[in-house]
Design a protein around this ligand. Structure first.
Ligand code: C5P
Length: 250
């Protein structure tokens, strides 16, 4: 391990300032109940199990009335105000931690709406990224046949899925590079839906780290039940043997 790596600290930025309108629920999706706890509590617990010593910056809507600090298991954490879009929230979080963060530090950005991310994938991603000059993201190869529509609800073309990936989170980059990428994207007025695309705009190629397909993002109403099934299946998978006591995977 290089000295550069040893010097670097790990920051977790969790954008949680969305309203989740596609869920059509009364509460933002990060506050909906999943297996007896809010989605946010699951997500933060998983991140903490993988990275107990990391520093957390949690992006919350300035008028958020639902957040409970009891859900945060990290010793070192702070909150930052979310912005209009996800990229604005992440950008504001990076500005918020500027007093402590060094250009060389690693920042993993993880959507609060992905509570099923596996601890193994988190650890593996971080391990791989530390050997990487650019950074990268968890991703899964596209499995379905891909159709492009004609704008009127009919198929215009079938696209090759060869080489296509679903971008997941976490996405991890060095603090200095990520901040420059997001600032530059904002200056150019680009629409940025993930950190990697901002870094790509600077001419870099982030590493694709294959992750489990069950790292789903809760977006639509049916996703909440699906996430519940995923958590239950993961608990069963983690159980040492049928019938014996086992540790929760969250
Ligand atoms: O809406 P979507 O599912 O793409 O949001 C992805 C993540 O970004 C969620 O965790 C959401 O809370 C967060 N977000 C945010 N600030 C916004 C919009 C979304 O932190 N303005």
């Amino acid at each position: 391990m290089s000295e550069r790596t040893l010097d670097a600290r790990l920051w977790l930025v969790v954008p949680a300032a969305g309203q989740g309108r596609r869920m059509g629920a009364e509460l933002p999706k990060q506050y909906l109940t999943l297996a007896d706890r809010p989605v946010m509590a699951h997500t933060l617990a998983r991140l903490h199990r993988a990275f107990p010593a990391a520093r957390l910056c949690l992006c919350l809507a300035p008028d958020d009335a639902h957040f409970d600090p009891a859900w945060v298991p990290f010793a070192r954490w702070r909150r930052s105000d979310g912005g209009d879009e996800r990229a604005d929230s992440v950008r504001q979080a990076l500005a918020q931690i500027a007093d402590e963060a060094h250009d060389n530090d690693w920042v993993l950005v993880h959507d609060v709406a992905r509570p099923c991310v596996s601890i193994d994938d988190l650890a593996r991603l971080y391990q791989i990224l530390q050997q990487d000059a650019v950074g990268g993201l968890l991703a899964a190869p596209a499995a379905d046949t891909m159709k492009r529509d004609d704008g009127e609800g009919r198929v215009a073309a079938t696209e090759s899925r060869l080489g296509l990936w679903h971008a997941q989170t976490p996405q991890g980059f060095r603090y200095g590079l990520l901040r420059r990428a997001l600032d530059e994207a904002a200056r150019r007025g680009l629409t940025i839906t993930d950190e990697a695309s901002a870094v790509e705009e600077l001419g870099f190629s982030p590493r694709l780290v294959p992750g489990r397909r069950d790292n789903i993002k809760i977006t639509h109403p049916e996703d909440l039940a699906l996430a519940g099934h995923v958590l239950a299946a993961q608990r069963a998978e983690a159980a040492p043997s049928p019938g014996s006591a086992h540790e929760e995977n969250s």
